[in-house]
Ligand binder design. Structure first.
Ligand code: FAD
Ligand code: NAI
Length: 486
């Protein structure tokens, strides 16, 4: 390509495609380079999130939850659902259709915003001595081209961390892509890693009837969550028939046979255990994608864990080169990646205009976390263990879903909302939820924290009745011992 772009974005996941659209909206001539191909070998924008992450996993969680409700919960409403069955290929086809609709939607958004889309792998990044612009070599099969731009945003995302003793073949040993594409329900499913993917994918297949065993190396459970929330989650999940979570294990060996996988591991007592499963999901974290970025040639700095090193506003050590999303420090979440993409786009525009405006970066303290299990788990801000460790004096208000009319009407009443507020200023420091639809309720908590609200600000807002949001209202009232319905 002979033209020089203002901005080249490498990667079209939620970090890269959002950055590219925002750059174009601001009037910057923008190109986005992405190498993703779908199962049919066609280019597919949207990165991990749209292709094999957030969207397909939520589609399957919804289908499996509907099936589970029909089989196990409808009878309480007087609905007879004997003979209910699930057609897994139809469920998978529905998920695939949602994915292709959204990935094609990004192509349309690129066209509408005049973002040039280039398919291929960015495999070098070299600065031109003449004008300091950057040239990116792009490889697509045997076709090579180069793209030149003044600014480069690296948004190459992450891929699953592999265990050398459990090589993923997506037949018997699955990563997230394989776990989202099964066309039959495995009778016995093993999962290594009780993290977010392990819990969400384990939930999908358990609800459909698999016997799921999740093996976790850490002694605790959901250690990133508030301890009380994690405890409640473990209590609720342990009651689920067909789900076993074992923490504090150490994998000794994994062997595949024709029909399954045998996992040998030691438990907390040190005793050796053996587990036979039909399929095994490995979900032990993700690693940043930095190969192809010419690190050895251009001196792009990585941190000790292999992430691209950036400052608070996503600048790398190379001039006019920025990095956002999973490939840099911070939570590996789509909304965090997108927010960084927007912030960088606006900073580039300001710099192009010679404007002193600099981004403040994304405030990780107000990035919401959601785990889409049943019950759902969500939080924002600090948890109790962090506040204790930091020596912050705080007050707690907590309210259970069981005392909420809407939760009872829905028939999903486990869990609670907990508000943590500064003991002196009453400013909200963190809000933690486990219960029905807390993935939606958490937005009010994020808004409160973004506006530096006090717990009594939330307490004085009128919440619709009957609604699940009243649980947050009552928890906020509870900070001052004013909860009404408990
Ligand atoms: P990615 O989405 O990984 O995109 C990077 C893109 O860059 C890819 O298309 C890749 O092919 C491309 N690329 C890489 N290297 C090159 C190169 N050299 N040249 C050209 N292209 C390249 N997050 C949430 O917030 N909510 C959820 O519900 C959620 N669910 C998830 C479920 C699963 C199963 C998984 C695996 C992840 C989930 N995540 C979720 C995490 C979320 O998907 C990531 O945080 C998000 O996709 C990161 O966006 P990104 O743009 O940084 O990278
Ligand atoms: P994770 O970091 O959430 O969990 C990995 C788990 O595997 C940890 O609990 C870890 O202790 C365990 N583990 C590591 N090595 C092990 C071993 N050898 N044996 C047994 N256990 C071992 O990583 P996960 O689940 O792979 O997800 C990656 C990221 O993707 C998440 O951190 C999250 O950022 C993102 N994601 C977000 C979702 C959401 O927002 N709802 C959904 C799915 C993923």
């Amino acid at each position: 390509m002979s033209e020089i772009f203002d901005v080249a974005v490498i990667g079209a996941g939620p970090g890269g495609y959002v950055a590219a659209i925002r750059c174009a909206q601001l009037g910057l001539k923008t190109v986005c380079i992405d190498e993703w191909k779908n199962a049919k070998g066609r280019p597919s924008l949207g990165g991990t999130c749209l292709n094999v992450g957030c969207i397909p996993s939520k589609a399957l969680l919804e289908s499996s939850e509907n099936y589970y409700r029909a089989v196990h919960k409808f009878s309480a409403h007087g609905i007879k659902s004997e003979g209910t069955s699930i057609d897994v290929p139809v469920m998978i086809a529905r998920k695939d259709k949602i994915v292709t609709t959204f990935t094609a939607g990004i192509s349309s958004l690129f066209k509408k915003n005049k973002v040039t889309s280039v398919h291929g792998r960015g495999n070098s990044l070299v600065q031109e001595p003449k004008d300091n612009s950057w040239t990116i070599g792009v490889q697509d099969n045997d076709k090579t081209e180069s793209v030149r731009a003044k600014h480069v945003i690296l948004a190459t995302g992450s891929t699953p961390r592999q265990l050398s003793f459990a090589p993923v073949d997506n037949d018997l040993i699955l990563d997230n892509a394989g776990a989202l594409a099964l066309t039959e329900i495995p009778e016995r499913l093993g999962v290594i890693g009780a993290g977010v993917i392990g819990l969400e994918m384990g939930s999908v297949w358990r609800r459909l009837g698999s016997e799921v065993t999740i093996l976790e190396a850490m002694p605790g459970f959901l250690m990133a969550a508030d301890e009380q929330v994690a405890k409640e989650a473990k209590k609720v999940f342990s009651k689920e028939p067909g789900l076993k979570i074992q923490t504090g294990i150490e994998i000794k060996s994994i062997e595949t046979t024709k029909g399954g996988v045998t996992i040998k591991y030691s438990d907390t007592t040190g005793e050796e255990q053996s587990l036979e499963v039909d399929k095994l999901i490995v979900a032990v974290g993700r690693v940043p994608n930095t190969t192809g970025l010419g690190v050895d040639q251009n001196g792009l700095k990585l941190d000790e864990r292999g992430f691209i090193e950036v400052d608070a506003v996503c600048c790398t050590n190379l001039p006019n080169v920025y990095a956002v999303g999973d490939v840099v420090r911070g939570p590996m979440l789509a909304h965090k990646a997108s927010e960084e993409g927007v912030a960088v786009a606006e900073m580039i525009m300001a710099r192009e205009q010679g404007n002193a405006h600099e981004s403040e970066g994304v405030d990780f303290n107000t990035v919401p976390w959601v785990i889409y299990t049943a019950p759902e788990i969500a939080w924002v801000g600090k948890n109790e263990q962090q506040l204790k460790q930091e020596g912050v004096e705080y007050k707690v208000g907590q309210f259970p879903f069981i005392a909420n009319g809407r939760a009872r009407a829905i028939g999903e009443a486990s869990g609670f909302v907990k508000v943590l507020a500064d003991a002196h200023s009453d400013r909200v420091l963190g809000i933690h939820m486990i219960g029905p639809y807390v993935s939606e309720l958490i937005s009010e908590a994020v808004m409160a924290m973004e506006f530096s609200a006090c717990s009594q600000d939330i307490a004085s807002i009128i919440h619709a009745h009957p609604s699940l949001s009243e649980v947050l209202h009552e928890a906020a009232l509870g900070v001052d011992n004013r909860a009404l319905h408990i």
